[in-house]
Design a protein around this ligand. Structure first.
Ligand code: MG
Length: 159
């Protein structure tokens, strides 16, 4: 088995769509970035790349490349997963933590797990999505940013 971890932060900006784990959450602010800025999906993609020792999301999808402008990060995740799968890895499990003050994401967690599991072609029982706040402290607490961390276990299924 191989373990990987990933971490990402995006600034929250007024007027941006808020897409987290591939789920659109209604509101007037959302993460800003070159792609759709889906921080938890970026953290997960980095965790997968880390477990497979395939570099990081920035080398695979550089933000100077117009192809990834406003990209759907679920598509980036699917691309990353294809690279890991091609090396013979299967997903043991993935655990994602989203850190933000608002909007409240609890009502969307089930749908988020389905979106991630669909992208990785596994059952939802292998995908955990959790959310927490930083109690009003710091950048996420002040609503200025969304942060996310992810851990994955890959199994060397066919290596
Ligand atoms: Mg990012």
């Amino acid at each position: 088995m191989r373990i990987g971890c990933g971490y990402d932060v995006h600034r929250m900006k007024a007027g941006r769509a808020c897409v987290l784990c591939g789920v659109r959450i209604p509101g007037d602010t959302g993460p800003d970035g070159h792609s759709d800025a889906d921080a938890p999906v970026h953290a997960l993609a980095d965790a997968i790349l880390g477990a497979a020792a395939l570099g990081d999301i920035g080398t695979h999808f550089p933000d100077c490349d117009a192809r990834w402008k406003d990209a759907d990060s679920i598509v980036l995740l699917e691309t990353v997963w294809r690279k890991a799968s091609a090396l013979g890895y299967a997903l043991g499990n993935a655990d994602i933590t989203i850190i933000l003050e608002r909007p409240r994401v609890a009502p969307y967690i089930a749908r988020m797990r389905e979106r991630i599991a669909g992208a990785l072609n596994v059952g939802v029982d292998r995908v955990s999505v959790k959310a927490t706040t930083e109690e009003g402290l710091g950048l996420t607490g002040g609503g200025l940013a969304v942060a996310a961390s992810a851990v994955v276990l890959l199994e060397e299924a066919a290596r």
